[in-house]
Design a protein around this ligand. Structure first.
Ligand code: FES
Ligand SMILES: [Fe+2]
Length: 341
C-alpha cells in the first residue's frame, strides 16, 4: 500500500516560509538587559553577552523550566535565575551547574537552542530554521551612511501579510490619514510597480503643499517591500537629502504581529531630526492600527477562503502577494539559499 503525502495548503506554506525567514526580535537600544520575544510560537531570550556578542536563544531552561530572560548575563553565557545553570552564549551548551561538585558530570544533552543573530536597521534579527532567503539588503540604502532610531514596537492582532499590505497601500490615505496627511486625492494614478523576485518597488512623487510635510519641498518616494516582512519608504527630498521609514512586522503567531519599526536619516540630512521624523510617522501608524486590527480574515486569505476583488490601485499589493508566493514555492520545491549575512 502506498501512502501519499497531502499537498500543503498555501497557509501552511506561508507559515513554513516565515519559519525560514528573518524577523526582528528586539531593539538594539534595549540590550542593556535581556529581552524576550515570541516568534511563531517559539519563546526566545535576546541578550548581549559580556564580550559584546548578541545571542538569540530559547528562553526555557532545560533543568526545571526557569525563564532565562530573568537570569544574569556572564562573559560568554547566560545563567538561569532558579538554580544558576549557565548556558553558552555561542552554542547554548550547558557550561556550568553550580550544585555539581564535578563539572565533568554536566548532562551532555542539557542545552538550549541557539539561533542566528544579525544586528541591522536598529534591531536584532533572527531566523528559526534553515533560511530560504538572505537577510534583507535594500538597494536604495546601499552606500548611504544611515543613522537609525528604533521606535517603540506596536502590537497588532493581524498577520505579517496584512500588516505589510497596509504599510504600502496608497488608496487608504484619504480615509485613514486625513489628519496626518491632510487632504489627498482619492483617485489613484496608474501605478508603475516593479518586481524582481522577492522585492517589489515603485516611485511616487510627494507633492509639497499638503499635510505635515508641507515645508520640506518636493520629494520622490521609493516604496519597497521585500517578502515576507519588510516594507519601507525612502524619501528623497531635493532640498534636504534622504530619510527613511521602515516597518518589520514580526509574527508572534500566524495572526498576531509585533510591529518593529524605525526611522533613519542619512548623515547630513537637513530636515527634521530623527525624533521628529519618528513622531510624525508614529501618528500615521496609530491611525492605521484601529482599522487594520479589524480586517477579516486576519491574514491574507491565501487559500481563497474569502472572496476579494482588486482594482488597479491594488497593483502593489498584488505584486507583494506574488513575491510572497515565490517564497512559498521555494519551500515547496525544496530550493533554498543558506547564506548567513
Ligand atoms: S530551572 Fe534553570 S537552573 Fe533550575
Ligand atoms: Fe496607513
Amino acid at each position: 500500500m502506498t501512502t501519499s503525502i497531502p499537498t500543503p495548503t498555501k497557509r501552511e506554506l506561508a507559515e513554513a516560509s516565515m519559519r525560514r525567514s528573518w524577523f526582528p526580535v528586539a531593539r538594539l537600544c534595549d540590550l542593556d538587559k535581556p529581552q524576550t520575544a515570541t516568534l511563531l510560537g517559539v519563546n526566545l531570550v535576546i541578550y548581549r553577552d559580556g564580550e559584546g556578542r548578541v545571542s538569540v536563544q530559547s528562553r526555557r531552561c532545560p533543568h526545571r523550566g526557569g525563564d532565562l530572560s530573568m537570569g544574569e548575563v556572564h562573559r560568554n553565557s547566560i545563567g538561569c535565575p532558579y538554580h544558576g545553570w549557565e548556558f553558552s552564549s555561542t552554542d547554548g551548551s550547558c557550561s556550568r551547574i553550580p550544585s555539581l561538585a564535578d563539572q565533568g558530570k554536566i548532562p551532555p544533552r542539557a542545552s538550549i537552542a541557539t539561533y542566528p543573530a544579525v544586528e541591522r536597521f536598529g534591531h536584532v534579527w533572527t531566523v528559526l530554521e534553515d533560511p530560504i532567503r538572505d537577510m534583507y539588503e535594500i538597494e536604495e540604502w546601499q552606500g548611504l551612511d544611515l543613522e537609525w532610531l528604533a521606535a517603540e514596537p506596536i502590537d497588532s492582532s493581524v498577520g505579517v501579510g496584512v500588516t505589510i499590505e497596509n504599510f504600502r497601500d496608497v488608496a487608504h490615505f484619504p480615509f485613514v490619514h486625513k489628519v496626518s496627511m491632510g487632504p489627498t486625492p482619492e483617485v489613484v494614478e496608474p501605478l508603475s510597480v516593479n518586481r524582481d523576485g522577492l522585492d517589489v518597488w515603485m516611485d511616487r512623487p510627494l507633492d509639497a503643499g499638503s499635510g505635515d510635510w508641507a515645508n520640506d519641498g518636493n520629494c520622490m518616494m521609493r516604496y519597497r517591500c521585500s517578502a515576507p516582512g519588510l516594507a519601507s519608504i525612502t524619501y528623497h527630498y531635493e532640498k534636504l537629502g534622504r530619510r527613511i521609514v521602515a516597518g518589520f512586522p514580526s509574527p508572534i503567531d500566524y495572526e498576531h504581529v509585533k510591529i518593529f519599526w524605525g526611522v533613519a536619516n542619512e548623515v547630513g540630512y537637513r530636515g527634521a531630526d530623527l525624533e521628529e521624523c519618528l513622531r510624525v510617522e508614529e501618528m500615521v501608524y496609530l491611525e492605521d492600527i484601529p482599522i487594520v486590527e479589524f480586517i477579516e480574515p486576519r491574514e491574507i486569505p491565501w487559500d481563497s477562503e474569502f472572496q476579494e476583488f482588486s482594482v488597479p490601485a491594488d497593483l502593489f499589493t498584488l505584486n507583494y502577494r506574488r513575491s510572497f508566493t515565490e517564497l512559498m514555492n521555494r519551500v515547496k520545491d525544496g530550493s533554498h539559499v543558506n547564506e548567513f549575512v
